[in-house]
Design a protein around this ligand. Sequence first.
Ligand code: SF4
Ligand code: FES
Length: 360
Amino acid sequence: MTAPPWALLAELTHGCPLRCPYCSNPLELTARSAELTAGQWADVFRQAAALGVVQTHLSGGEPLLRRDLDAIVAAADGAAIHTQLVTSGVGLSAGRLRGLVAAGLRSVQLSVQHADAAASERIAGARSFTAKERAARLVREARLPLGLNVVLHRANLDALDALVELALAWGAERVELANTQFYGWALRNRDALLPDRAQVARAHAAVERWRERLAGRLDLVWVVPDYVDGTPKPCMGGWGAVSMTVAPDGTVLPCPAAAALPGLGAPNVKDHALEWIWRESPAFNAYRGEEWMREPCRGCALRATDFGGCRCQAYALTGDATRTDPVCPKSPDHGLVTALVDAARPDPRPGYSYRTEGPR
Ligand code: SF4
Ligand code: FES
């Protein structure tokens, strides 16, 4: 019997005021006109709760672009699902936040690109730093838990100390320091984003120093740079094991990047019940468990710990999602990753490819 999911990532829209080069959303964005309505989201949350889901991240793109966000939050809260808003902060006013809190919003995760305003806006490709600062203040005034999410890469890893100081100044309780994962648009910018080993080692040492110094005052989460440290990640806690992603148009995926896998046949909530999707659909069963594994994963003692790494990364690097994740030193494809990391050079102002168009 398949264990139930407990988390649902609700991608409400691909629309976004920012143009971050590390965006993991697909190259081809879902049109605004194809987005699920608030009523359809309410149905998704009811079905998800019945399946076992207890927590949702309301994400995007920028979920604040949805004028009906209050109704979406209320629907999730009404289904007894804990709601966290994942936002750039752009578009968050005191009135908007009041409405969301009244609808049942429980916490906010704010994206931060850099501690320096100019550097932050260069990375985001848009004016946004003042809006973020204001959003952090509003969230604290509303007494909601505030987390910051910093995607780390070549242009901000050396600002680790300043980023932690900013988190303290803004009153965050938690900071997710997430080394860039190379999917979607981020893959296009990999050469400009990938840090060298020394830079990652310096940043990691800084995190350890801060953890010791802050001792419980601020939760610092370090999401490992798997390209650099050669540790395959247990992606999504295993394929179809704990979490599902619902894309803006209702496509249901085992992970946010899986839309890029050819032939997956991802189902849609408009056509199928969520329970069937979770338990029976070919997409959710494609890499569930260990049956699909090949050597060296099949005979490896760590296969129940890291599940052979990330399927989307195996596909992105080798064109075959069933291969061992090439970040693993035991993978026959590991040389692909070491060659990329060996070629990485420190450069605080790399040239980025920005999206020039949002969703239609
Ligand atoms: Fe993990 Fe497979 Fe590498 Fe073993 S061979 S460590 S299971 S990715
Ligand atoms: Fe899809 Fe890792 S991002 S399995």
